[in-house]
Design a protein around this ligand. Structure first.
Ligand code: DAH
Length: 342
């Protein structure tokens, strides 16, 4: 039989294909429907002068079917996600949407390592307080002997809210509180010995060694006769416990407005983790607490002396595990996190 183009109901075939797509759970299968094969077959059986125009119509059918398939697939995909009414009051008895099975979750490596750090200092007699994540100019700078408009403030790339609050750029913001809280104990013949640890923020360009969000740990010790030697012993003892081996340490002068003298404390990278002799790694800043910082907290600097230190936690952990890029920690990448799953 010779088919005449005008007698073939292309529009009817298209409608029936679109209906199939709309009702299908696997709409892509419709592309294999016999009607489609038939349409292509028809092209070949037409007289040459009709083929071009008919081919164009068949192509339009195919495009319409493909667009419908895509729309149907999107519809099916979003039907899988249970819609949550975020305005509804929370129902204690409601089933939670299933995310990842909780039994497969593990603690973030930084949390584990921070617990480790806190544990070491606690055993050395330090109290541990978590640092604030929102603070003010006085705790960030003023109470730490940064003069108004002093260029040292610029070194901290500090974020500020419109209201003038500060997401702290260092855990030193806790020093003033630790000193004020410990004053009574000090005056009763005791000592102040505390660490503060937590998340800090800096408005920096992010690369393998800089993050806008990271963790620090800070230490404060005050007594009638605290010495720099005690500080170096405390720090050395901490690092040797953390890395589980003896270490060579050294210091070099550095400027921080809240300590005098101020130092940078470095350890020699252990051979066990690929270090070469003379390969020094700067781990933290430290020094004897500046008299103005003690005075500001109501502590008499002629009677009491103290030392303080502060440094990044990620750096400690990176060295321990040979992690090459700081950005892994905040990335949320499962491949990275799973390396630490126990
Ligand atoms: N807060 C300093 C920083 O983030 C680190 C620091 C240096 C802390 C010396 C101290 C200190 O307590 O004494 O760069």
């Amino acid at each position: 039989m010779k088919i005449i183009m005008s007698t073939y109901d292309v529009e009817g075939v298209k409608q029936s294909l679109l209906e199939k797509v709309a009702g299908s759970d696997s709409p892509r299968d419709v592309l294999k429907a016999p009607e489609i094969r038939e349409l292509y077959g028809v092209i070949g059986s037409l007289p040459a002068e009709e083929r071009g125009a008919f081919g164009k119509q068949v192509n339009e059918v195919k495009l319409a079917v493909e667009a419908a398939i895509e729309a149907r697939e999107n519809e099916l995909e979003s039907a899988d996600v249970v819609a949550i009414d975020v305005t509804a009051p929370w129902d204690v008895n409601s089933a939670q949407p299933a995310l990842l099975p909780t039994e497969q979750g593990t603690q973030h490596p930084l949390t584990t390592e921070l617990e480790n750090v806190v544990d070491i200092f606690t055993r050395m007699g330090f109290e541990a307080v978590e640092s604030r994540q929102i603070d003010d100019d006085h705790h960030m700078f003023g109470a730490l002997n940064f003069p108004e408009d002093h260029p040292a403030r610029d070194g901290y790339d500090t974020f500020r809210t419109e209201e003038g609050f500060i997401p702290p750029a260092h855990t030193s913001t806790m020093q003033h509180r630790i000193l004020k809280d410990g004053k009574a104990k000090l005056e009763a013949g005791g000592q102040i010995a505390a660490i503060s640890y937590g998340r800090v923020f800096r408005n920096e360009d992010v690369d393998a060694t800089h993050e806008h969000t990271f963790y620090q740990c800070e230490g404060v010790f005050v007594s009638e006769d605290a010495t720099l030697g005690q500080m170096l012993g405390t720090l050395r003892s901490f690092f040797e416990t953390y890395y589980g081996q003896e270490l060579r340490v050294k210091t070099q002068p550095a400027y921080f407005p809240f300590v005098e003298p101020g130092l940078e404390f470095a350890i020699e990278k252990p051979a066990a983790i690929g270090g070469k002799p003379g390969e020094w790694l700067e781990m933290l800043g430290c020094g004897m607490i500046h008299p103005n910082v003690l005075k500001d907290a109501g502590i008499d600097p002629t009677k009491y002396r103290g030392f303080a230190w502060g440094g990044g936690v990620e750096r400690l952990v990176m060295l321990k595990y040979g992690i090459e890029d700081l950005r892994h920690f905040e990335s949320g990448k499962l491949a990275f996190l799973r390396k630490f799953a126990s």
